[in-house]
Design a binder for this molecule. Structure first.
Ligand SMILES: *Cc1c(COP(=O)(O)O)cnc(C)c1O
Length: 826
């Protein structure tokens, strides 16, 4: 493990309060042209960012000098999503100047929390996959590794969610309407991206065949760099995001032909490519614009890499030593044929040479086993947008089937069909995951169990062919954002208990396990939890108007809304408790607040119905005086990184209840455990590894295992059996047909019941219902014993050091990337 010193005295940028104050004031005057008496919070925030940027840019320059000076190997992390959240607080902590800045601003009459909340979230991602990319680039910079993130500079990130009468409404997200102080435009590195058109076969003077792509359109890619400050400030890497623009010369052509209006339309079409993030999580869109987005940013990023490489090298013999490219899911796999195109068509390499290089450069991370999320492109659409790439994929496939598959399984046409990158159906489809496995030297899953399922269920024949290509890297989260910055009270307690080095070596927290039985430590730990809950209660009141008590169990489920994540199973538990309370108002249960946060993909009908259902059930329950406030239900609108940062420190119970075998890893589960929430969860994804770390007695596990789920489905699962055999379950499901929760709208919640019965309950909510209710009763019992709960919470927080994203990155470095660390600033 690389040791990067992060003790406070080792931060390279020492800046005193006076200097920071003066810098903020100077920027207020000379950068933003305002004065103290006129400036609002937004102006003060921007001036503060400019003051921070003086340090950030120095780090950026030093890092660039160091890394280009030694011409080192670097990882290029390609991701269609980076869910960064806010950067101000994060940058202050990572530079080691948070307290300095806070005190300086206080003296200027400004509150740092207010200023930080002026920053719109940078929500260029949907959920876990995009947040993982953000944690990874934080860890790469923290560990001093040469790395660059490549993605799309979406004009609109993930939509803003509002509720109207309980229904989700989507509003455009405009994260840079008033300018973004962190991004730097780099017009000197603009790239050109060809699209459409046709391919011509030419024969050169030597009789050599050459493919020439005559594109129908050219787009410009304009790079915007976001500095990524590592913790300790020793390295500042960049995240480079591409914005699409119309090509100048193309516009002029049309203009000269008298097509001024047409030229404007062309411009709008070009700019549409980076206009908006697709809001589908775990479902494929299959739309032309989506494929165009994928190609656009891969094409720009590869040209950028080649340009940088060619500045120092005359041929490509060292390319694979210098460059490794990680594909975050299949979204950027089009980069594989694109590199082949650039090397063969543009640089004149032989196919075999180019393929040998390409095979050493790419690695692929699989994020899902859900069939509806596996990317496939209609061959006809593909050929229309990227005619040359389809030819290249055919060539890759042809060679793979003839040289590899035929050797392993001679005369086995069925095996060829099975493993072909082209699915021979109607329509024919390009299987992007197969292209990923064939074109990459490593394929990894994101938690132990998921990686096993990849080998056994998703790619069994590829695994037989190339067992050495498959590996696991369990996901992680950055403890800087997800503990130090978001939970300062608990961080201070840990500083006191184990010293200040835990933000880079989270396993140090293990020492705290020894204090789990200490009543004094328990009191302090739980007092912090209580304060965090009081803070969240204020936020809840503000956002929903519902008053909740910090004495109650804070039972939280926050994640994208999806059937496999089973928010509706949580809903069934709420209905069960509510019904029991109505039957016996004196029922002795621990008071609970059920807290939700989730966005549904705008086209995902059932997911939106579940949001509506939880909102309506909540309204009824919160207003029902008969149950004396014993349970409350709140759904916080517009779940996003900055809201997660306020919710997670206040969690008592973390709901991780996906159908076993469906959640690849989960990272929300890690954030909660680190902040001292207990998990109620299935044996799925990283829950399995969390249980290993915290011990079976400190987690509430329930439900069918992944094996049991698949055998149940194979044997012909009938959810009605559970409905008819459990009168309580039947009663609460029948409730959904009434107008009890939706006065004057009978049946408004019926679609949820229908999906669980007529719809066949594909994610086995009813099969797991009883086991879930039992586990929830065990939670209720455990919470009554304050000392026991405190002990369990402390052990959770202290035992999940494994899930530091620094560890994930070190695993990638050791098994895939083979990088050396070069912190730029000593
Ligand atoms: C961590 C995080 C996620 C992922 O949560 P899971 O529970 O792992 O699905 C999604 N969205 C945001 C905003 C996050 O911070």
């Amino acid at each position: 493990m690389v040791q990067v010193s992060t003790a406070a005295e080792d931060f390279p940028f020492y800046l005193d309060k006076e200097a920071f104050k003066q810098s903020v004031q100077r920027h207020l005057h000379t950068t933003y042209g305002t004065v103290e008496s006129k400036a609002n919070s937004l102006a003060w925030w921007k001036a503060t960012c400019s003051a921070i940027n003086e340090l950030v840019f120095e780090g950026l320059t030093e890092t660039h000098k160091k890394h280009s000076g030694i011409d080192t190997r670097a990882v290029h992390y390609l991701s269609l999503e980076f869910l960064m959240g806010r950067l101000t607080r994060n940058n202050l902590y990572n530079l080691g100047i948070f307290e300095t800045a806070r005190d300086a601003l206080t003296e200027l009459g400004q509150d740092i929390d207010t200023l930080c909340s002026e920053e719109p979230d940078m929500a260029l991602g949907n959920g876990g996959l995009g947040r993982l990319a953000a944690c990874f680039i934080d860890s790469l910079a923290t560990l001093g590794y040469p790395a660059i993130g490549y993605g799309i500079h979406y004009e609109h990130g993930l939509f803003r969610q509002e509720f109207r009468d309980g229904h989700q409404i989507e509003r455009p997200d405009s994260w840079r309407d008033y300018g973004n102080p962190w991004e730097i435009c780099r017009p000197e590195s603009i790239q050109k991206v060809p699209l459409y058109g046709y391919v011509e076969t030419e024969f050169g003077p030597n009789g050599k065949m050459r493919k020439v792509w005559h594109p129908g359109e050219m787009i410009r890619g304009v790079p915007w760099d976001i500095p990524v400050v590592g913790f300790g400030g020793h390295t500042v890497n960049i995240l480079r995001l591409w914005e699409s623009r119309a090509d100048d010369y193309f516009d002029w052509d049309v203009f000269n032909a008298g097509g001024y209006v047409d030229a404007q339309a062309e411009k709008a079409r070009a700019e549409a490519i980076s206009k908006v993030l697709y809001p589908n999580d775990e479902t494929l869109a299959g739309k032309e614009l989506r494929l165009t987005q994928q190609y656009f940013f891969c094409c720009c990023s590869l040209q950028d890499m080649l340009r940088r490489y060619k500045r120092r090298h005359d041929d490509f013999s060292h390319f694979a030593e210098q460059i490794v490219i990680q594909l975050n899911d299949t979204h950027p796999t089009i980069a594989i044929p694109e590199l082949m195109r650039q090397l063969v068509d543009l640089e004149g390499l032989k196919w075999e040479e180019a393929w040998a290089i390409s095979q050493q450069v790419f690695a692929y991370t699989n994020h899902t086993l859900l069939p509806e999320a596996l990317e496939k492109w209609d061959v006809v659409l593909f050929e229309h947008v990227l005619p040359r790439h389809l030819e290249i994929i055919y060539e890759i496939n042809h060679r793979f089937l003839d040289e590899v598959v035929a050797k392993k399984w001679p005369n086995d046409d069925q095996m060829k069909q099975r493993l072909s990158i082209i699915e021979e159906g109607n329509p024919r489809m390009v299987r992007m995951a197969y292209l990923g496995v064939v074109g990459c030297f490593k394929t990894n899953g994101v938690a132990y169990m998921h990686s096993e399922l990849i080998k056994k269920e998703l790619f069994p024949y590829f695994y037989e062919l190339w067992p050495e290509r498959f590996t696991n890297v369990t996901n992680g989260i950055t403890p800087r954002r997800w503990l130090k910055a978001c939970n300062p009270r608990l961080s201070a307690l840990f500083d006191e208990a184990v010293g200040t080095h835990w933000p880079t070596d989270l396993t140090l927290l293990r020492q705290v396990v020894a204090k789990a039985d200490d009543p004094k430590f328990q009191k302090r730990f739980m007092a912090i939890k209580h304060q965090n809950k009081q803070d969240l209660a204020k936020v809840i009141l503000q956002l929903t108007g519902v008053e909740v008590s910090a004495e109650a169990i804070f039972d939280i489920q926050i994640k994208r809304l999806h059937e496999y994540k089973r928010q509706h199973l949580n809903m069934l538990h709420i209905l069960t408790l509510y019904r029991r309370l109505l039957q016996d108002p004196d029922l002795d249960i621990q008071p609970r607040v059920f807290i939700f946060g989730a966005k549904a993909a705008p086209g995902y009908k059932l997911a939106k119905d579940i949001i509506f259902g939880i909102n309506k059930i909540g309204e009824r329950i919160n207003a029902d005086e008969r149950i004396k406030g014993k349970i409350k239900v709140v759904f916080l609108p517009n779940y996003r990184v900055s809201l997660a940062e306020q919710m997670i420190p206040a969690g008592d119970l973390s709901e991780q209840i996906s159908t076993a075998g469906k959640e690849a890893s989960g990272t929300g589960n890690m954030k909660f455990a680190l902040n001292g929430a207990l998990t109620i969860g299935t044996m799925d994804g990283a829950n399995v590894e969390i249980r290993e770390e915290v011990g079976d007695e400190n987690i509430f596990i329930f439900g069918l295992s992944a094996d049991e789920v698949s055998s149940k489905l194979k044997a012909g699962y009938n959810s009605r059996d559970y409905y008819y055999n459990n009168p309580e379950l039947k009663a609460i499901l029948d409730w959904l047909d009434s107008d009890y929760f939706t006065p004057n709208q009978p049946g408004a919640l019926a679609s949820i019941k229908r999906s669980l019965l007529d719809g066949g309950d594909p994610f086995l909510c009813l099969a797991d219902y009883e086991s879930y209710i039992c586990a929830q009763q065990a939670v209720d019992q455990a919470y009554r014993d304050k000392a026991r709960w405190a002990k369990m919470a402390i052990i959770n927080s202290a035992s999940v050091g494994k899930f530091n994203s620094d560890r994930s990155i070190q695993d990638y470095v050791d098994t895939i990337w083979k990088l050396k660390s070069y912190p730029a600033i000593e």
